[in-house]
Design a binder for this molecule. Structure first.
Ligand code: PLP
Length: 372
């Protein structure tokens, strides 16, 4: 089955086979070595040239664990975060923040609208207790790229900390973490890094990490200070998903061999193929090209399909007919659920997979659309 959803993704045989390695105990030196290697490869991939300025903290848990751990760990007493909400994952950040009342201002925008960097700067200036800003890099809700580089500069100019959820961005989109002084960046194994789900990580500026270990612990399990201290000592606080770590290590080797820039280019090329062919079939993208990411496109459901099957059934018909042909697409969320569908192009995909999908898509449209 070819997965065109934004994670879990198709992995290579090489990554899958890494699951079958020897059983190892997480308290033995082999595991410490594995964790050390993964942490080094993460820095090599995402902060090249600035490896000594950052540290990588490895977690067992999906991307949300890394985002929540970052938010729970990044604040000294009495300080709060400005947070941006322009999609389902920005909304999730707001919900995490609300559980501990760690927010000072929410910048809320429509799902198809990137936040205005000036507004964020203004909000930081107005709130003396604001310690920094947290937001999503690639808002997977519609495949929208947020202007994180510009915002990072504004936050840095105010001496604030910038926390980024790049769960669906890292490996698929350029992100200048070190150059723009990003303090914490949350990522996951199971999307553009092409590993399995269930492993996530946070890249943290080293100087900041020295402060984080002294901040109040707002979570027992998801405290980054605890993980950092343990991992620096060659251990880990809780039982990790050892086999998934082995596969993640292999996925990172693959990423480094391909090169992050080349992977980004490959994803961009595949996204362009999908967009061009669907446009030629009259299927409209939700976002303008300049806002679109390299790895996911949201499209309006074709009118003929809605006419034929009704808006309540159109997505299910498209999904089911494509799945019968070996391709999994993804539904829209929230208020756009019955209007759109999404096609991701993350994972160990080749051009032949994309071609196959496009052929299948055309065939389904021919069968299932009423011509107007
Ligand atoms: C931008 C973003 N943040 C966070 C998450 C949550 O990740 P997970 O489902 O792995 O917890 C996702 C998942 O798609 C995402 O796209």
């Amino acid at each position: 089955m070819i997965l065109l959803n934004p994670g879990p993704v198709n992995v290579s045989d090489r990554v899958r086979n890494a699951l079958m390695g020897p059983d190892i105990c997480h308290r033995e030196s082999e595991c410490a070595e594995l964790i050390g290697t993964i942490r080094r490869k993460l820095l090599e991939a995402f902060v090249p040239g600035a490896e000594s300025d950052y540290t990588a903290i490895l977690l067992t848990g999906s991307g949300t664990a890394a985002v929540e751990a970052s938010i729970m760990s990044c604040l000294p007493p009495g300080k709060r975060l400005v947070h941006v909400n322009n999609g389902v994952y920005g909304e999730r950040i707001s919900s995490i923040i609300a559980t501990q009342r760690l927010g000072i201002a929410e910048i809320k925008c429509k799902w198809d609208t990137p936040p205005d960097p000036e507004m964020i700067l203004k909000s930081l200036k107005q709130q003396p207790s604001a310690h920094g800003v947290v937001m999503v890099h690639h808002e997977t809700t519609l495949g929208l790229l947020n202007p994180v580089h510009e915002i990072a500069e504004h936050v840095d100019s105010r001496g604030g900390v910038f926390i980024v959820d790049s769960v669906s961005g890292l490996g698929g989109e350029p992100l200048d973490i070190a150059g723009r002084h990003m303090y914490m960046v949350a990522g996951t194994a199971g999307k553009c890094i092409q590993g399995f789900p269930g492993v996530s990580f946070v890249l943290v500026r080293k100087g900041f990490m020295e402060n984080v270990v002294k901040y109040p612990k707002r979570s027992w399990y998801l405290n980054l200070g605890n993980y950092y201290t343990a991992q620096e000592n060659g251990t880990i606080p809780f039982t990790p998903a050892v086999q998934l770590y082995a596969a993640f290590d292999e996925a990172l080797s693959e990423l480094l061999e391909e090169g992050v820039a080349n992977r980004i280019e490959r994803y961009g090329r595949m996204a362009a193929l999908i967009r061009e062919r669907l446009a030629s079939l009259g299927v409209r993208a939700v976002l303008p090209p300049e806002q679109q990411s390299n790895s996911l496109t949201a499209f309006y459901l074709p009118e003929g399909l809605i006419l034929q099957h009704g808006s309540g059934r159109a997505y299910a018909v498209l999904h089911d007919r494509l799945k019968e042909r070996g391709y999994v697409i993804y539904a829209g969320q929230g208020h756009l659920e019955s209007e759109i569908f999404r096609v991701a192009n993350m994972g160990a995909l080749q051009d032949t997979h994309v071609d196959g999908f496009l052929g299948a898509f055309e065939e389904v449209l021919q069968h299932e659309c009423r011509v107007t």
